[in-house]
Design a protein around this ligand. Sequence first.
Ligand code: ADP
Ligand code: MG
Length: 263
Amino acid sequence: MLSVEKLNKIYHSGGLLRRGQANHAVKDVSFHIAEGETVAIVGESGSGKSSVARLVMRLLPANSGQIHWRDQEVSQLSEHHLRPLRSHIQMVFQDPFASLNPRMRIWQSVGEGLRVHRPELSRTQRRDEVAEILALCGMDAAILDRYPHQFSGGQRQRIGIARALIVRPKVLVLDEPVSALDVSVQAQILNLLQRLQSEFNLSYLFISHDLSVVRHVADRVLVMFNGNVVEQGSVEGVFSDPKDAYTQKLLAARPVAHPSERR
Ligand code: ADP
Ligand code: MG
């Protein structure tokens, strides 16, 4: 459903003259995600996780490397040729509020993707589609005409997920989707994501700095450090027998939040 090969991203600080430092934020990163599979990227802040997400989404140009959405190579496609393919892969952000226009009603925000990908739909049909996807995400049709500020963090994330799903993608890129939420709400959103995954056979690229969350949701995991994938494998394999020194440190430093696990 998604594969990347030897992705590289170099940021240049220092503006136009490029006299500043070059920051090689993503180095030869390769992975693939099968249908219905969840692959997680873990690593501390600054390790390059969000850069990988934005490269994969083609929100950021790569310096080199290949990106396949299903069997289509997209790393060099122009935005014009990319647009019809974008319904294949959608993104969910850490802060759902930031991705929702505060002045748009919920149904308009959630339905935005339909204007591009299913322009044949009437306004009423669009609204119905939104109501349906919101229901699947656990939100009542009564909220259609409300504004984003009227919702709690968990509800906003449900709306953010609905907004990504409205164009019926096969792949979701989730960048720290529960990191801003209270622990009890995190569990509800993770359960929702798992239910939606089996219902639509979705593939997830799940980015998190939280190892207990990753352990809970992922089939396979990539560990990033300083732009490199230093280790990858099944969740059981990597967590029970980490090979790389950085992974060992990351696991050892993990705060154990759950009381039963702490015991
Ligand atoms: P993570 O999501 O793991 O915290 P990021 O991908 O956000 O990591 O950042 C990786 C590195 O790239 C960091 O050193 C960060 O400072 C740098 N970086 C991220 N975005 C930009 C940008 N737009 N311009 C310059 N440097 C950036
Ligand atoms: Mg990040």
